[in-house]
Design a protein around this ligand. Structure first.
Ligand code: SAM
Length: 212
């Protein structure tokens, strides 16, 4: 897979370097061959998604949100948000993703940035939220089924006093009524993934649940 990616600074967050792909289709084809699965997931982990980029910008501007705190990066992909949290001074960071390639990418990218990120490769959404201070959820709202499971999990975490930071460019299933906007950024992504090279992406806190 490394043949399809290059270690390079993340546009707009140059202090972070990731193994990123230029094109999605050749890499996706390689994943399908390697896994012998024509339904293999898109290689999300080889791109810095707009939601994760927004969280990266936010943590650069507001390191106090995570400094000295235990952080869990849900749907970590490349590990972008996890690494941004370590840059901002988090005490520990765990990155979770269901995709085996993502788990490997998080490890590889953390190493490339000389940061320590613990990797969890399983679906945690049926479990209790982890014992952490902050959960990051970068670009999780692109899929109805995932969105349906992420929201109650985040609410349960919030009810336990965990701070939630959501980063998103306005995907179809984003639960805007449940969120409070904290910041907006014009982030640079790629037309391999999006309709435009620059996207407006926002960072939100989760509104406390009422009467749940
Ligand atoms: C659009 S990518 C976002 C990656 C990263 N957060 C970013 O913003 O660049 C979504 C990621 O969610 C992961 N994912 C999907 N379902 C998941 C689940 N149930 N638990 C953890 N990760 C999941 C996918 O494998 C993918 O890596």
């Amino acid at each position: 897979m490394l043949r399809h990616t290059h270690l390079r600074p993340v546009p707009g967050l140059e202090e972070i370097r990731l193994h990123l792909a230029d094109e999605v289709l050749p890499l996706w084809g390689a994943v399908q061959i390697e896994t012998d699965d024509s339904d293999a997931a898109l290689p999300y982990w080889a791109f810095a998604w707009a939601g994760g980029l927004a969280i990266g910008h936010y943590l650069r501007e507001h390191p106090e949100a995570v400094a000295g705190r235990r952080v869990f990066d849900l749907a970590s992909g490349s590990g972008l948000c996890a690494i941004a949290a370590m840059h901002a001074g988090a005490s520990t960071v765990t990155g979770a993703d269901i995709d085996a390639f993502a788990a490997a990418a998080i490890e590889r990218n953390a190493r490339a940035n000389r940061r320590r990120v613990t990797v969890v490769r399983r679906d945690v959404l049926d479990e209790e939220a982890p014992d952490v201070d902050v959960i990051l959820a970068g670009d999780c709202w692109y899929d109805a089924r995932l969105a349906e499971r992420v929201l109650p999990w985040l609410h349960r975490a919030r009810a336990r006093g965990i701070d939630i930071l959501v980063g998103d460019p306005g995907r179809r299933h984003l639960p805007t009524d449940e969120l409070v906007e904290l910041a907006a950024y014009n982030v640079r992504t790629t037309t391999e993934l999006e309709d435009l090279e620059h996207k407006q992406a926002r960072v939100y806190a989760l509104r406390p649940a009422t009467g749940r």
